[in-house]
Write a protein that binds this ligand. Structure first.
Ligand SMILES: [Fe+2]
Ligand SMILES: [Fe+2]
Length: 374
């Protein structure tokens, strides 16, 4: 049973670790573990949440035992401290199309939590746990772990999928079942991989002079440039990759009521957060050093909920660099750069690459022409 402890319940978030099969010898794995251990010892959370895209699932298809070994190694700093490691499915957990095997693998590791609470609807890994008062008598908070699926079946409509109708119905029915004795929905906190489209409500279109710090939108918004809106703070490093189809998940939160906050992964560079229509939405960047990252800006986020007012919480972000950690997997430049610099360097390298490619192509054409002339 999850309970408040000294009036608080502390949740530590790790986004998009993307651990890979070579973890046993990889300095990237060691860097991620250093961040995890430092954060666990510093914050001493009640639970941890891994926000999806946790471990590369093709490894599971090729070598199930090695996948379990990797998952066990990734979560070991958490589980060996007797802290439950709550995990959700990211899009990449769905990639090999073996969702049942993925769920089984997660459930085979002691201390790791992942479930499907409505198997009658299919293979969705949606589940809910409640946090009880310190005396263990009264449930005070619902924690929802939602499976945001993979790619959209019709890619012409949206790159990424959305939370399906039966999942929304399950959320509404279950919320009703878990109502408090005075018939109010309990304060709810949502953990989900792919953000809802409403995340764009935390952004606004960039003005001309803001172009150096703007990002390009995603999918149908790709021709628009954005910066953070006045209702948000934090770091915007890329256009949020939410689905282009709005299936009414946010509207369902408003209908049920008392959804306090939602925390998302998926966008490795973004860590901004803010309020929209009474719901706090937070984008959590990667805690790993795999896939595309932000150098030493990989970070964790601590969410503390208060027992005397469970609709009240605070969040704290701490980056790898801020823990005073030194990376062994990053090169000398990436060890020092900040988020925005890392993005600009990334774009600069791309531009340089394109320029070099173009120069090469021009030189090749000239060479061919000259050879022909001879
Ligand atoms: Fe990811
Ligand atoms: Fe993802």
């Amino acid at each position: 049973m999850l309970k408040f402890n000294n009036g608080k319940f502390k949740i530590l978030l790790f986004g998009d670790i993307h651990e890979s099969g070579d973890f046993e010898t990889s300095p990237k794995f060691r860097d991620m573990q250093k961040l995890m251990i430092k954060a666990l010892d510093g914050y001493q959370p009640d639970i941890c949440v891994l926000l999806g895209d946790n471990c590369e699932t093709p490894v599971l298809k090729n070598n199930p035992e090695h996948f379990k070994k990797m998952l066990s190694a990734v979560t070991e700093p958490i589980t060996k401290r007797n802290i439950p490691a709550y995990c959700i499915m990211g899009n990449h957990e769905h990639d090999p199309g073996i969702d049942e095997e993925v769920l089984e693998a997660y459930q085979s590791i002691d201390g790791v939590v992942m479930r499907n609470d409505h198997p009658q609807d299919g293979k969705y890994c949606d589940y809910v746990d409640q946090v009880y008062s310190s005396d263990g008598k009264t449930p005070l908070v619902n924690l929802w772990f939602i499976d945001s699926n993979n790619l959209c079946s019709d890619r012409s409509l949206s790159t990424y999928d959305y939370v399906h109708d039966c999942q929304i119905k399950w959320f509404e029915d279950k919320s009703d079942e878990l109502k408090s004795p005075n018939c109010c929905a309990l304060p709810s906190y949502i953990f989900q991989h792919i953000p809802v489209p409403e995340e764009y409500k935390l952004l606004r279109k960039a003005k001309l002079f803001e172009i150096p710090k703007c990002v390009r939108g995603f999918d149908s918004k790709r021709n628009k440039l954005y910066v953070l809106g006045d209702n948000a703070e934090g770091y915007l490093g890329e256009g949020p990759c939410s689905p282009d189809i709005n299936n009414g998940q946010f509207a369902s939160w408003k209908k049920v009521g008392n959804v306090v906050a939602a925390f998302f992964g998926h966008d490795h560079l973004n860590d901004f957060s803010g309020w929209y229509d009474g719901v706090f939405m937070a984008q959590h960047k990667t805690a790993g050093f795999r896939a595309y990252t932000d150098g030493c800006q990989s970070c964790v986020r601590l969410v503390t909920i208060y027992e005397d007012r469970p609709t009240h919480f605070k969040q704290e972000l701490k980056h790898f660099k801020e823990f005073g950690l030194v990376s062994e997997s990053l090169g000398p430049v990436f060890k020092r750069i900040t988020d925005r610099q890392s993005l600009l360097i990334h774009l600069g390298l791309k531009a340089l690459g394109s320029a070099a490619g173009l120069a090469g192509a021009v030189a090749a054409v000239k060479y061919v022409k000259n050879t022909r002339n001879k």
